[in-house]
Design a protein around this ligand. Structure first.
Ligand code: ATP
Length: 343
């Protein structure tokens, strides 16, 4: 099968990360015989400057005609791009793994958790108004939204360590978080094989620092998930390593957790691993959606090559304590894939 992948390079460090990631994709084609058609599409700040819109119709059309999208970070227009795309394609599950990797300075070792964040509701829906110095925002939470994210998280936990914590603040936000907590509790009854518990978001934020190794799957609402996943990324070594997936029933977009990092953009020193691991998540999703073993192999090979490259510790970007350029780290991961296949 030939996969049509829409590539949004994005702003800031995005295009640099995309170049490095393309080396990995090309190597996958060479090593596994994967057939990829990479279609470049524009979105973000630079696109806005050039075309007058951050998300042109042409981009949306191309995404609709593709199997999946790989996206770099975008700048100021992020809300007009990714938040809109999440709504448009109903990408309700934002999946953000945080895993300890070799040789990466981290707060705690032995972490392997995934944050499953509801991706289409909550305060990020954008229902906000201001009148005469009074600002109001609506927190939209639906039973349907809670149920589908809970089910997604429970299914994921079945393929992992079978442990879920639902994170909320139902003691204060009794109605909105109350609905979320109640729905998670109800769904948990369908999954007796999975250890289910709940935690208030403030306590969860603390435990992510204190004992992150105790978490397996965290399921939570949109805003809490956004904040906790940046925290989790830092606990295991920083945003440069943090991948993410926006998953719906029909389509998915894969992108780094972080923003476009204007402070280091244009220097060629950004860590490409967050985008390379996002590509690995994309292949895992394609494998499940199209029952394609080769995509699963691709995902495993990329993950293994990233781990071994870090273990080797010779080609590292400055955020990992090295002096390598973005493209050099991408190239080393690609050549590591070849070494793994030859061994
Ligand atoms: P946003 O609000 O859009 O998330 P931001 O500017 O607040 O963006 P990021 O762009 O996520 O934050 O960057 C936060 C910090 O992490 C910056 O110092 C940035 O250089 C660093 N950083 C982010 N991504 C990477 C990366 N891939 N490699 C190295 N450093 C990174």
């Amino acid at each position: 099968m030939r996969y049509r992948i829409a590539l949004i390079r994005g702003d800031g460090i995005g295009p640099e990360q995309a170049e490095a990631t393309l080396l990995v994709l090309l190597k996958l084609e060479e090593l596994l015989g994967l057939k990829l058609e990479i279609v470049d599409v524009e979105a973000g700040d630079a696109c806005m400057k050039r075309t007058g819109t951050p998300l042109p119709d042409e981009t949306i059309r191309t995404l609709k005609g593709s199997h999946a999208c790989l996206k770099g970070p975008v700048g100021e227009t992020a809300a007009d791009v990714i938040v809109r795309l999440r709504q448009m394609f109903d990408l309700y599950a934002n999946v953000r793994p945080a895993r300890s990797l070799p040789n990466v300075p981290a707060l705690k070792p032995g972490v392997d958790l995934v944050i499953v964040r509801e991706n289409t509701e909550d305060l990020y829906k954008g229902y906000e108004w201001e009148l005469d110095g009074i600002a109001i925002g609506i927190r939209l939470i639906t039973r349907r939204g809670c149920e589908r994210i809970a089910r997604y998280a429970f299914e994921l936990a079945r393929r992992r360590k079978r442990k879920i914590v639902a994170v909320h603040k139902a003691n204060v936000m009794r109605i909105t978080c109350g609905l979320f907590a109640r729905t998670c509790r109800e769904v948990s009854k369908d999954y007796p094989d999975i250890a289910y518990s709940e935690m208030y978001v403030d306590a969860a934020a603390m435990d992510l620092i204190r004992r992150p190794e105790h978490f397996d799957v965290i399921v939570t609402t949109n805003v809490f998930g956004d904040i906790l996943s940046d925290e989790a990324a830092q606990v295991v070594g920083g945003l440069g390593l943090a991948p993410a997936a926006n998953i719906g029933d029909e389509y998915a977009i894969f992108e780094p957790v972080h923003g476009c990092a204007p402070d280091i953009a244009g220097k060629g020193i950004a860590n490409p691993i967050s985008m390379i691991l996002s590509a690995a998540m994309m292949f895992e999703w394609l494998a499940a959606r199209y029952s394609d073993e080769r995509c699963l192999e691709a995902s495993e090979l990329v993950n293994e090559a990233v781990t071994r490259t870090l273990e080797e510790g010779k080609v590292l970007t400055p955020d990992l304590g090295g002096r390598a350029k973005t493209i050099e780290l991408g190239a080393r991961i690609a050549s590591m894939m070849e070494e793994i296949r030859r061994a």
